[in-house]
Every structure is written in C-alpha cells, then in structure tokens.
Design a protein around this ligand. Sequence first.
Ligand code: SF4
Length: 257
Amino acid sequence: MSISLLEQSWDSEYYDNLDWNTACDEVGVSRKNGLPKTSKMGCRSYNLHPLFCNSARHDDPNDACATCFGLAAMTTELRGNYKFHKASLIARWDKIMNSEHWTEAMVFLIKAQATPDFKFRWHDIGDIQDIFHFKKIIKVAEMTPKFAHWIPTNEYGIVRAAVTRGIVIPENLHITLSARKKQMTPDMTVTTEVEELCIQLNKHKNVKKDIDYTRVALREAYMASEDQCPSWFQNHECQDCRICFDGTKKSIAFKKH
Ligand code: SF4
C-alpha cells in the first residue's frame, strides 16, 4: 500500500486561521445557515446529490435506494426541500474532490454548530465517493472526538479497501452498511452479504468501532422485526434514540418511506 494513501492531511496553521465564511465556501454550504440540519435527527449533517451515488440503483424497484426519501420514486429527481438546493448539492461534489482544505473546514463547522448531544450525520442523501473522500471523513471524525458520527453507506468496496489497507476506523465513527435490496416480507432475507462482510471487517484491529448493517423493510416486515428503528412510532423523529450513532444494535430495520 502506498504511504500517501494512509497519510491523513491536516494543516494546523490553516485551521487556526479559519473564519466562518471561508469554511462555508470550502465545503459548499450556505454562509447563512452553515451545515444542513436533519429534522428527523435534530443534528447537523452533510450531503450531496444522489446523482453521485455510485452503487445505488435508483431505477430498480427492488433496490433500497429506489425509494430514497430525498428523491421522487425510481428517479434521481430531488423532492421536498432538497429541490431548492439542487445546485449546491451538485457543486459539493467538486468541493469534496478538489477543495484543498475541505477536512479542516468541516471540522471548523461541526464544532461551530455543535448540537447539545454532539451528534453528526453523514449523507442524509448522497454517499462516499472514493477512498480519498472516506479518508477525509475519517479524519474529520478523529478531529472531533466528542462527537458521535454516523455514516450509512452502500459503498462496501470503499469501506473494505480502507479497512484492509489498515486505515483506523475511530471509536466515534459508526459505519453501517446498507442492504441493497428492500425486505418485502417478514421471511425475506436481504442482509446476508452485509452481515458476512461486517464479520470479516470487524476482525481487523484497526476497526475501533464495530461496523454494523441496516435494511429498509416494507410495513409488514418492519412490524415483525426485532431491530426496528423506533422513529416510526415517535412522529418520525429520533428524539432521544442514538442507536445509529452509538452502534448499540448490530442491525437496524428502517420502515420504507
Ligand atoms: S434507529 Fe434511532 S437514531 Fe437511528 S434513525 Fe431510528 S430513531 Fe434515529
């Protein structure tokens, strides 16, 4: 493996001299509001356009991402409030890939907009682009140890590549691998691939926080699940639940939107 792949860049001098406007511009968020806020989780997040979700199949009715809550069904057309942020969601891809100080700016903004319970959600829409992007996210988590970070992802290959190359997954970064297919019925199994991958990855000593898995389940399957996300029963809000952030369950079933 190349040394450069494992190196985590951090420019202390740049960080110490950062200001709000520069940080917002560096990561492509509004100077007025900073990082977006998720209404369900009540914490700050970062996202990008699902056009850049490399492994999702938005036009496949069986794919869990075909009913992504940020998109019109079976398309990559944004819906809800996301519609009003199309240009910035697309522009963020360039920021992620090309901004020299994206990592420092993200840390600055997360600390500046800390929620009382110190949670941060990655990608309420969008996903990891490549291992370099993933490394930057890991570095942000390392530099904000008070925060519990949650990153759900379809990008198994990127996570596997990072883990097997020895990149440390810090204790405050909970990665969940999303099952690709929706669970249609209570007796349907959709998590075999992610369960097996988690077992393999969690054997690595550099994984300081167990990697877990999630699935999207239709109503009947969700109701029969023992690992339900409780938000369905509490006004579609997380309230004081922190399962996604703390990793207190190996698996989570989300009800299909
Ligand atoms: S499992 Fe808990 S933290 Fe995760 S989405 Fe559901 S309510 Fe929120």
